[in-house]
Design a protein around this ligand. Structure first.
Ligand code: HEC
Ligand code: HEC
Ligand code: HEC
Ligand code: HEC
Ligand code: HEC
Length: 367
């Protein structure tokens, strides 16, 4: 009963709050809202992301700024919205379909008010789910099902296979038709994991305060900014010894290239522990170097790739240091949000956090 009164109270108050719609969602989905608020999807605008801002400023001459907004702050009409909800709850949950285009894909929105898409395997055949109440004991106990604020459509396949992410994440081509994000993502029915299961894994805590559920989809987005170690489990590392030295094999279970974003770099550090001493070998860097007329260039003016050492499905790196019996190898796969060269170029080198090495995975092997 208390919950029901609360619900009515909230519903009656909602219409006056519509200025920032994500705040309305917060009333009944506080945990998801909290995660969202700390996520990269809330911090993707010029107001919150300094890397994006620096690149935007540098590239302003060669690009149309509205193109950037289409993915970085599509639901922001005001500066306040750009800060609070550049990619809002409603925006994501009303993506009906993805239109494929050469330069960049486009999200097709339903434009229906209070009618959202979501995924739940056992309700998948349900087109529209509305709020229901049932009462028992002559109306003394009321129970409710679903949401009093909105309908849910559970039958949109894009929310199951991860295609809902591809309007923004598939590719971003520059003016020369050159993809500068190149995650090389490809959605296949046979994939065991999807964009959603890896980056929005089920975590403890209820989806809504109106009904208890054990888990909810993590809206903080596991990625390089957060929970990167949880993602490490999708990258396998093994070592094979040979007469000249050894080879480190990296097997990527994701359906995209690793470290594809233009300014990132992945780093493989290998250390040998021998007779109590540590021998550090030269780190291997995973990245792409962009070029124009044979010289290095900024991504948005690039016409070619000068060098590409990214990890696609699998990558092997050879070392010519011979291993001895009793050696222990400690292998660490990490990354920098932006490389040191990029930091200098973008005048972000004062912020050491951006170029600090963070770890995705560490493994040790004995010989
Ligand atoms: C008055 C409370 C209330 C408000 C406000 C509210 N919701 Fe809900 N929402 C619910 C309830 C209750 C459910 C049903 C949960 C269930 O049945 O498991 C739900 C379910 C959902 C689901 C589907 C969950 C699933 O089972 O997959 C989505 C998506 C969702 N809400 C999004 C939103 C968004 C976006 C907003 C803000 C625009 C919002 N909600 C505002 C109460 C609310
Ligand atoms: C089609 C959608 C789309 C468009 C258009 C787009 N971006 Fe992005 N951008 C993304 C996505 C998705 C990511 C996150 C990719 C990743 O982390 O690998 C991203 C990430 C970035 C990053 C890295 C941010 C960070 O914190 O490391 C920069 C910088 C960036 N974009 C700049 C731009 C600029 C400048 C424009 C306009 C000229 C632009 N983008 C247009 C989708 C887009
Ligand atoms: C980047 C897109 C995106 C944004 C932004 C987003 N969601 Fe979601 N949300 C999803 C997807 C995809 C799912 C389906 C996850 C699943 O269950 O497989 C989902 C699931 C949900 C669910 C059901 C949870 C569950 O465990 O099934 C609720 C409730 C929800 N979202 C509410 C919100 C609210 C409230 C906000 C804003 C605070 C929000 N979403 C922002 C993409 C988004
Ligand atoms: C409206 C466009 C849009 C949609 C839809 C969208 N994203 Fe994003 N996403 C972005 C942008 C823009 C960034 C980069 C923000 C930045 O760094 O400034 C980003 C960043 C990310 C990152 C990088 C996080 C990190 O810590 O490095 C991940 C992972 C991600 N998104 C996953 C998803 C998943 C999974 C979905 C689908 C459920 C999704 N996104 C849907 C625009 C979108
Ligand atoms: C099997 C798990 C898995 C799946 C499926 C997966 N990813 Fe990832 N993703 C990862 C891992 C691991 C990383 C960290 C390494 C990296 O940054 O590339 C990552 C990184 C990312 C990043 C940040 C990349 C960067 O360099 O900034 C984005 C954006 C992203 N994924 C989006 C997606 C999208 C969109 C999909 C669906 C097409 C998807 N992922 C599917 C595991 C997965």
């Amino acid at each position: 009963m208390k919950k029901l009164l609360l619900t009515l109270f909230i519903v009656l108050n909602l219409s006056s709050l519509l200025a920032s719609e994500s705040k309305v969602c917060q009333k009944c989905h506080p945990l998801i809202y909290k995660e969202y608020y700390s996520s990269i999807h809330r911090k993707s605008s010029l107001e919150s992301d300094k890397i994006y801002k620096a690149v935007f400023e540098k590239e302003k001459q060669v690009t149309d700024k509205n193109e950037c907004k289409a993915c970085h702050s599509p639901s922001a009409k005001t500066q306040k919205e750009a800060k609070e909800e550049p990619i809002s709850c409603v925006y994501c949950h009303t993506i009906t379909n993805i239109q494929e285009h050469d330069e960049q894909n486009k999200n097709v929105l339903s434009d229906k008010k209070r009618d959202f898409y979501s995924a739940e395997a056992d309700k998948k055949e349900k087109a529209k789910v509305k709020y229901e109440t049932t009462s028992s004991f002559f109306g003394l106990i009321k129970r409710s099902k679903n949401s009093p604020y909105h309908q849910i459509e559970y039958n949109n396949e894009n929310y199951y296979n991860g295609n809902v992410c591809m309007g923004c994440h598939s590719h971003v081509n520059n003016a020369h038709g050159f993809d500068v994000v190149m995650l090389d993502a490809y959605i296949d029915k046979k994939d065991k994991e999807t964009c959603i299961s890896c980056h929005m894994p089920k975590t403890m805590g209820s989806k809504t305060t109106l009904r208890d559920s054990k888990t909810h989809a993590y809206h903080g987005i596991a990625g390089l900014h957060k929970f990167s170690k949880d993602l490490g489990k999708y990258i396998d590392i093994d070592v094979t010894k040979d007469t000249k030295g050894f080879t480190v094999n990296i097997i990527n279970q994701a359906n995209h290239a690793l470290f594809g974003q233009a300014y990132r770099e992945g780093i493989l550090e290998v250390k040998i522990v021998r007779d109590g001493k540590h021998i550090a070998l030269k780190p291997y860097i995973f990245k792409r170097t962009f070029g124009k007329d044979g010289k290095t260039s900024m991504p948005f003016e690039a016409t070619e790739v000068l060098k590409d050492t990214l990890i696609y499905a699998k990558k092997s790196i050879n070392y010519d240091t011979k291993l001895k019996k009793g050696d222990q190898l400690i292998i660490t796969l990490g990354f920098r949000l932006i490389s040191k060269e990029a930091a200098k170029e973008l005048q972000l080198d004062k912020d050491k956090e951006l170029t600090k090495i963070k770890v995705l995975k560490t493994e040790s092997f004995a010989f």
